[in-house]
Design a protein around this ligand. Structure first.
Ligand SMILES: NC(=O)c1ccc[n+]([C@@H]2O[C@H](COP(=O)([O-])OP(=O)(O)OC[C@H]3O[C@@H](n4cnc5c(N)ncnc54)[C@H](O)[C@@H]3O)[C@@H](O)[C@H]2O)c1
Length: 306
């Protein structure tokens, strides 16, 4: 098949490009390299350095494509709080452009990278897709609007869509620099530099972590499953939560505490029963295995099992 990946120079998109090429598919990539790296783009992929906020420039790349994986985004919470318009231009208007280009090129299906940040703080855990969305920051809001637009494109125009809400993705090519990196990358960098690990707030906030290979597999199933295509929203997580304090202990060494970040949820925990039913997906790499493996791959020996 011929697939188009937006954001294919980024963390998750480039892992997806690798996997699709390995399965013998043709892969086209659109990326403006704003946070992605040219070195992430696998050999064999056709690369178009374009910005999807410009609809007319991206249209030709959609011609003849069977399916689109829309990973491209400005995936940075603090940046979205400081720059809500820029975040919306990429994450809302850019996503709308990608949907329009896919519709007009008669692409069969688009898989949208949604985010667990749509949940915000819910009264109960685990989080299920039928809970009302309650995003706590512009990034979460803009990613959620993308889901609503994807559903409408299925309803009005017959473009098949499915929305995957990822929970804290980690693994090879995870960002380790820049304005916003995940807690695992920050801890890893501090540990290597012999610095204390920075805990934001009381450290008792919890997260459900998902390995990037499981996220890629979910995308491939979402592209082909006969049970989706109408804008369904499903969770991609492991269904287990770990506190930031606990992760710091596993990585080991001294810690220091700073004020908690505004606009971030207290807990995240995925209920994946609908994902199992619609996609036949469940995680193959639990965090207990994936975190130590990842740490060892970057030269850090965990001090404790998770
Ligand atoms: N990493 C996570 O934990 C996580 C969790 C939930 C959802 N997501 C979603 O998954 C997707 C991929 O995230 P990631 O972690 O790989 O992020 P990333 O920043 O590594 O990748 C995003 C890519 O999109 C590209 N891009 C940004 N704006 C663009 C534009 N206007 N035109 C063309 N390309 C553009 C960037 O250059 C980058 O290569 C995003 O949609 C993100 O919102 C990620």
């Amino acid at each position: 098949m011929k697939y188009l990946i937006t954001g294919g120079a980024g963390f998750i998109g480039s892992n997806a490009a690798d996997a699709l090429l390995k399965e013998g598919h043709e892969v086209r990539i659109i990326d403006n390299l704003s946070t992605g790296k040219l070195s992430n783009i696998p050999q064999g992929a056709e690369f178009h350095k374009l910005d999807f906020t410009d609809l007319e420039s991206i249209r030709p790349v959609f011609e003849g494509v069977d399916g689109v994986f829309h990973f491209g985004a400005l995936a940075r919470i603090p940046y979205s709080i400081e720059n809500p318009i820029d975040s919306a231009m990429t994450n809302v208007m850019g996503t709308l452009n990608v949907l329009v280009a896919a519709r007009d090129a008669k692409v069969k299906r688009l898989v949208y990278s949604a985010s667990s940040s749509a949940y915000g703080n819910q009264a109960t855990l685990p989080q299920t897709p039928d809970m009302p969305a309650h995003p706590l920051n512009p990034y979460g809001l803009h990613k959620y609007i993308g889901e609503l637009n994807a559903e409408q494109f299925s309803r009005f125009y017959g473009l098949e869509t499915v929305c995957l809400r990822y929970f804290n993705v980690y693994g090879p090519r995870m960002a380790d620099e820049g304005a916003y990196v995940t807690v695992i990358s920050i801890f890893a960098r501090q540990k290597k530099a012999g610095e204390p690990l920075t805990i934001q707030g009381d450290g008792e906030q919890t997260r459900d972590f998902t390995h990037v290979y499981d996220v890629v597999r979910a995308n491939m199933l979402a592209m082909t499953s006969p049970k989706v295509g109408k804008g369904e929203v499903v969770n991609i997580g492991c269904g287990k939560k770990f506190s930031i304090n606990h992760i710091a202990k596993v990585i080991g060494g001294p810690t220091h505490t700073v004020e908690g970040r505004v606009g971030e949820a207290k807990d995240s925990l995925a209920d994946i029963s609908l994902t199992k039913e619609l996609l036949g997906w469940e995680p193959q790499i639990q965090f207990e295995q994936g975190l130590p493996e990842y740490l060892r791959s970057i030269g850090i020996e965990p001090t404790l099992p998770l």
